[in-house]
Design a binder for this molecule. Sequence first.
Ligand SMILES: Cc1cc2nc3c(=O)[nH]c(=O)nc-3n(C[C@H](O)[C@H](O)[C@H](O)COP(=O)(O)OP(=O)(O)OC[C@H]3O[C@@H](n4cnc5c(N)ncnc54)[C@H](O)[C@@H]3O)c2cc1C
Length: 308
Amino acid sequence: MPLTIAHDTLLCERTTLRLGGPALAEAVVSCAAGLDELARVLPGLGGLPGLGGQALALGAGSNILAADGPHALVLVRAANNAAPQISTQADGVTPGAFIVRAGAGLRLPRLLGFCQRAGLSGLEGLTGVPGRIGGSVAMNAGSYGVELGALLTRVRLWTPEGGLIWRAAQDCAFGYRHFDPRMGGGFWMVWEAEFALNADQPFAIRKRMETVYARKKASQPVTARSAGCVFKNPEGLAPGTSAGRLLDEAGLRGKRLGGMAFSTVHANFLVNKGGGTAAQALELLEYGRATVFDRFNLNLETEVVVLG
Ligand SMILES: Cc1cc2nc3c(=O)[nH]c(=O)nc-3n(C[C@H](O)[C@H](O)[C@H](O)COP(=O)(O)OP(=O)(O)OC[C@H]3O[C@@H](n4cnc5c(N)ncnc54)[C@H](O)[C@@H]3O)c2cc1C
């Protein structure tokens, strides 16, 4: 089915924090034909009555904190998750000589595994990031010195009004966990992305991935219900300082409210210990922000996407 629509989808079933009330509907699109159908039912468009509410693109939900109550949203999920495709740039030897194209619905760990086996290097630092390609491009996911935006050559975007278009990376803006395709206002969704990677030995790539994962496993609650880091690292901090360290020094590590807590492993990870609510999560978030401000006169900016 190119497009399937379900009603009253629970965000707690679509987010890694396992929090969030019902959205009006969820539209899952598996191929380009489904996008044409989608354009007819999205809020405020086309001849059909429409689904109401506002559209929100959703990937793996691994960077989202959704409020407990109902959401006037139509969740749009790209399910184009076929195996990536590899092509070669003109001379085949310059840095970034290989281009890998992946669908927005593909999980980032699957892309990393594919590239490792194919002997394509560049993404290893992102080992352990659980998002899908669309969400990871939209967040400009980054880890261990690698930012997805720096490897992106072009991105295929979909808008209900204009359909699919390719946009060169140099025409987009990238920042710290920020991506803006400069499309003006309105709904847009990442549909496909291309990355420039280099050739290397599969065993060498695997070793780097294992090193990154081992370091993360030692310092992050990788198997807990979380959304990764909840605060951005403030700009201009001394080397080695981070939002996690500030939270830690302010005494937030392990701080618990109901079922939610700042992790004992990494203070910048908010974890759902079971039975947590978004209300508790948001209260803890604000408590952490206020405590760090009182202690260091620094305002922590939220990294996790909060759906109110
Ligand atoms: C254990 C753990 C570790 C993590 N480690 C890292 C890390 O090291 N570095 C890092 O950067 N992040 C990390 N994260 C956060 C998260 O995995 C990344 O931000 C991820 O790239 C988000 O992808 P997603 O598919 O889950 O996006 P979602 O959480 O589903 O969405 C995030 C945002 O992207 C938008 N979006 C989603 N899909 C699309 C689309 N197709 N088109 C347009 N917009 C879209 C959503 O509307 C939302 O605004 C971690 C999370 C967890 C749980």
